[in-house]
Design a protein around this ligand. Structure first.
Ligand code: SAM
Length: 386
């Protein structure tokens, strides 16, 4: 087993799901390293271990990748004071997209579906796209806390934010020190949610904003994809929509004339916001879709509905099999996913239930991160069979 601080030279062979490079120590152990790209040869130092894997940091790049570029953001980096929010900002956007596409291909190959994957839709804006963010502050400093870190990385600017949110950030920074943002005794930080709908004066400590897809232009593309896909379907086929939020996709379905639509969501504020919109044919219902007993109450709707739309959080929809019993009548399923691992897990359940992939469209919502969104249309040709 290599020792902490031991140095070694290796070539980056792949990228992990969190975007870090994967290298092999001469002794055979696998290490994860931030800030490196496949094909690069470098010198590394061992920093720690977790279970069978190790972590290392980059000491010296010996053969850099041709995909490397100068990151635009002053806070980009892999050190303790760096933001860590855009781990791929040091490579070209083309290389980022190719890496995302490759991840999707690798994951779908395990289900023999790699040939069904369409070319990824890149984001029209690679900076200035992010319509929501959560800052952290102790009332004196303000910035981001990278995943897995306990260190606040103070920021002076954030170029991935929309112009509106960038201006909000400047106003919040100018308000410091701000006693209203002081964390409670048991908290490390105060969370400040911002988005394109509120100004700095409306930002409150630890007040969650309703969910919204983080990239407005790409969300429009997702909505258009769904609208185009359902255009040829009979509008009188009942629709069950799961994880509906406050109705981003419900609106597309209602505007296309589908009725009835049962939209299901766990967060009461979102259910109420959707109900308040009074979209024709839509019933908004609160239900925790991660609880077996709650989910079981939707079995009757699952038997009546022939169109299923679902857009779960990263955990996916583990209880899908509960609705896909012998009696289910789903002939068209639209699965919008923000997590490749849970998507491929759930996809196997849908395939087992007799559905087949008609379209699989990856899309980039978050440039400079390893995140990839998937739009999948599954169909069942013979409604009677499984
Ligand atoms: C990816 S968002 C999609 C929201 C909506 N489709 C949109 O485009 O804005 C996932 C949604 O699932 C909801 N959610 C999370 N956990 C849930 C659960 N256990 N049961 C039901 N809904 C849940 C969240 O509140 C959120 O609205």
């Amino acid at each position: 087993m290599p020792a902490i601080n031991e140095q070694f030279t290796a070539t980056v062979r792949d990228l992990g799901t969190d975007g870090r490079g994967i290298v092999e120590h001469p002794g055979g152990q696998v290490f994860f390293v931030a800030g490196v790209w496949p094909g690069e040869t470098a010198r590394f130092a061992v920093t720690g271990f977790r279970q069978r894997f190790g972590f290392a940091r980059l000491l010296e790049l010996l053969e850099p990748s041709p995909a490397r570029i100068a990151p635009r953001c002053a806070h980009h980096g892999t050190g303790p004071g760096d933001c860590g929010g855009c781990p791929w900002q040091f490579v070209s956007y083309e290389a980022q997209l190719a890496a995302k596409e490759q991840r999707v291909h690798q994951a779908l190959a395990r289900l023999q579906l790699a040939d069904r994957v369409a070319p990824i839709w890149g984001s029209p804006d690679v900076f200035g796209y992010r319509n929501r963010a959560q800052f952290k502050t102790d009332g004196r400093k303000l910035g981001y806390v990278a995943a897995g870190s306990r260190t606040l990385a103070p920021i002076a600017d954030c170029p991935i934010l929309t112009a509106h949110n960038r201006a909000t950030l400047q106003e919040l920074l100018q308000s410091l020190p701000n006693s209203e943002f002081k964390p409670g005794r048991k908290q490390d930080w105060t969370a400040l949610d911002v988005d394109d709908d509120i100004d700095a004066a409306e930002v409150s400590a630890n007040r969650r904003r309703p969910f919204r897809q983080g990239n407005t232009a790409q969300n429009l593309r997702m909505r258009n994809w769904l609208g185009d896909a359902v255009r040829g379907l009979d509008r009188h086929r009942p629709v069950l929509e799961l994880f509906s939020g406050s109705g981003n996709f419900t609106e597309v379905l209602a505007e296309a004339g589908f009725t009835p639509i049962l939209a299901v969501e766990a967060v009461e504020d979102s259910v109420q916001a959707l109900a308040a919109r009074q979209l024709p044919g839509v019933e908004a219902r609160r239900c925790n879709l991660f609880v077996e007993a709650d989910c079981a109450r939707l079995q009757e709707q699952a038997r009546e509905a022939s169109i299923l739309v679902l857009d779960p959080p990263r955990d996916g929809f583990k209880l899908a099999a509960q609705l896909l019993t012998r009696k289910h009548r789903f002939r068209d399923v639209f699965y919008i996913s923000c997590d490749l691992a849970t998507f491929t897990r759930d996809l196997a359940t849908f395939l087992d239930a007799g559905l087949q992939v008609a379209e699989l469209q990856p899309l980039d919502l978050f440039p400079h991160t390893p995140h990839v969104e998937l739009l999948c249309w599954l169909r069942r040709e013979s409604p009677g069979g499984r």
